[in-house]
Design a protein around this ligand. Structure first.
Ligand code: PRX
Length: 582
């Protein structure tokens, strides 16, 4: 039995208050996500239920109950308070998917802090930009990653505390705090911060076309959107063993890899080891995973490794599969039906939306290749690119947009109100973020293009900007170009996505070199490595093309659109704005 009846049943009489019914929520309860994910589950009598099944590299394994989660997150909350951190302070969590990542995330929210999780593969430049923008007060990390923090700390006047949660305490430097929550004093009781619906909770950085990444600020109210979608779309039920493969450095890993499932009291699995298909299948077999939320790039990698490997494992526990982050090609849906006996259901959403927006779910007919239909309570449309009015003809391509006001919607781009406002079509020049967020006459522009078919199913077409989606992770061309021109050999750079069979797209860089520099294989490797270390492996160009000069508009703006079209073999469009040769 899935959680609720047909799509049509869910759409009629919809109110977000149904989320409260699902949670059995009373309006006088403490609205603090940290509390809701741990204390509240224990209070309802599920303290001894397994909250986390964790596996790491090698044979490392651990299991924690909701009571363990409660006490260990208390430990982090109390330590942060003891260090003088206060509600509203941004506290970065920068570590691999070790158990302490999950406990500290819950702990930060309990003491009222703003959890700022960052992908542990980020290099020092990527880290610095995001910590500086957030004015981050403290960073929780491990001995493995603290080196990157040490390199940049002198440039970060707001960063007062470096807390190392795993490693050798003797290897700490002056001013750093070592805190291993599992061996530290246990805190049976901790009084959670009295946050409310509008109190800031999680800060995720996401890439755009221009400028450095933007900090999408969420509030504690997101939990209601996350639990309802976890219940209806992921179909999470009491006995499920759920695995979200995403890293909490990205929004899927927090909205659906921590908050939604734990607020419902669901057992989650985490695998902190590199990807191989065999490892993933064994993990699911050993832990009897029932619900699996993953991404198309991973699914395509599994497809490539063939069906035989699947047949060597017992995956009969799997009952429900969902996907997010990139277009889920029809072949992958058909393949999963064939090999797992059920299709992967696509879900569309964004860092900014905080919860799923367009989805397939149980009870709904799946059209392979379609993202599904808007979640109940979400008013979606595809807008004409010129008039910004909703298109009415099936199949017409336009801008995917949503009426504002759903519970998990982001509250601001940190310190960038103009950019926030620019996401809302029709917003007046002086509208505050709240006036944009709560004005249901506006459209929130997703930055993607889509079409709607005659049955009301949404089809993803592509991004409406230059952001590159590689393996389900967005990387901003500006951030990579800025890093490339820091390299001593490079004069100018333009970065676009080029097609890739598994990752959908990968980064390709076009560069011009400084006078006297000759391109050779060593230089290419050197540039790639430079980007991998300063930004991340995701941002590293897979190909570098040297050019005499880059194509530009007359006003000097590099024409990425033209370079991208060449890579994708598309019509290069109107070149009338290209710079004259003379
Ligand atoms: O371009 C869309 C793509 O990922 C973008 C959002 O990325 P991010 O903020 O990092 O959040 C990712 C996970 C929620 C979207 O603007 N995207 C996301 N889901 C899909 C998708 N593209 C196609 N199909 C999807 N299901």
């Amino acid at each position: 039995m899935s959680n609720i009846g047909s799509y049509e049943q869910r759409v009629t009489d919809f109110s977000w208050d149904i989320a409260k019914e699902v949670l059995n929520w009373k309006d006088d309860e403490l609205l603090n996500i940290g509390h809701m994910c741990s204390d509240r589950i224990c209070d309802r009598g599920d303290g001894e239920k397994t909250a986390l099944i964790w596996e790491g590299f090698g044979d490392k394994k651990a299991t924690y109950t909701f009571n363990d989660l409660r006490v260990l997150s208390n430990g982090f909350a109390a330590k942060l308070q003891e260090l003088g951190l206060e509600p509203g302070d941004r506290i970065c969590i920068f570590m691999d998917k070790i158990p302490s990542l999950y406990f500290s995330f819950v702990g930060v929210l309990k003491m009222g802090g703003v959890a700022q999780p960052l992908f542990s593969a980020f290099g020092d430049d990527s880290l610095e930009v995001r910590l500086a923008s957030a004015g981050t007060k403290a960073i929780l990390t491990t001995q493995k990653h603290v080196k990157k923090v040490r390199k940049i700390i002198d440039n970060l006047p707001d960063l007062k505390h470096v807390i190392v949660v795993e490693g050798n305490p003797d290897k700490m430097r002056d001013g750093e705090t070592f805190f291993d929550v599992e061996t530290a004093e246990k805190f049976e009781d901790f009084e959670c911060c009295k946050t409310s619906a509008d109190s800031p909770s999680v800060l995720h950085y996401t890439s755009g076309t221009t400028g450095q990444p933007k900090g999408a600020q969420h509030a504690h109210n997101t939990v209601f959107g996350q639990i309802l979608t976890s219940s209806w779309v992921l179909d999470l039920q009491d006995k499920d063993i759920y695995w979200c493969t995403a890293d909490p450095g990205w929004v899927t890993g927090t909205s659906y890899g921590i908050i939604g499932p734990w607020a419902l009291g669901i057992t989650q699995c985490v695998l902190d080891s590199g990807f191989t298909s065999a490892r993933w299948y064994k993990f699911m077999q050993d832990n009897k995973v029932t619900v699996w939320y993953s991404a198309p790039t991973a699914i395509r990698s599994l497809m490539r490794d063939g069906k035989e490997l699947i047949e060597q494992h017992d995956l009969s526990s799997l009952r429900h599969l969902c996907s997010v982050g990139e277009p889920l090609n029809a072949e992958a849906v058909v393949w999963s039906e064939e090999v797992f006996g059920k299709p992967f259901l696509d879900t569309f959403w964004q860092t900014e939306t905080g919860s799923m927006m367009v989805t397939n779910y149980p009870g709904m007919k799946v059209k392979p290749g379609s993202m599904g239909k808007p979640f109940p309570g979400i008013t979606a449309a595809v807008l004409d690119l010129k008039t910004m009015e909703p298109l009415t003809e099936p199949g017409e391509v336009g801008l995917l947009a949503f009426r504002p006001g759903w519970p998990a919607m982001f509250r601001e781009y940190r310190n960038q109100h103009d950019v926030y406002r620019s996401k809302f079509i029709g917003a007046s020049d002086d509208a505050t973020p709240d006036e944009c967020r709560l004005n249901t006459d506006l459209w929130y522009a997703s930055g993607d293009r889509a079409s709607i078919d005659s049955d009301g199913y949404y089809w993803f077409v592509g991004r409406d900007d230059d952001v590159i989606n590689t393996g389900g992770h967005l990387v901003g061309p500006f951030e990579i170009e800025s890093a490339l021109i820091e390299h001593e050999a490079i004069a100018e750079a333009a970065v676009v996505g080029k097609p890739d069979e598994v990752n959908m797209e990968v980064v390709k860089a076009f560069v011009t070199l400084n006078k006297g520099v000759d391109p050779d294989d060593m230089l290419e490797l050197n540039i790639m490595n430079f980007i991998r270390k300063s930004l991340s492996p995701l941002a590293m160009p897979q190909e570098i093309e040297y050019m005499e000069k880059l194509p530009k508009t007359r006003s000097g703006k590099i024409l990425r659109r033209y370079l991208r079209a060449l890579e994708w073999g598309e019509d290069v469009g109107d070149l009338s704005t290209l710079e004259n040769d003379d």
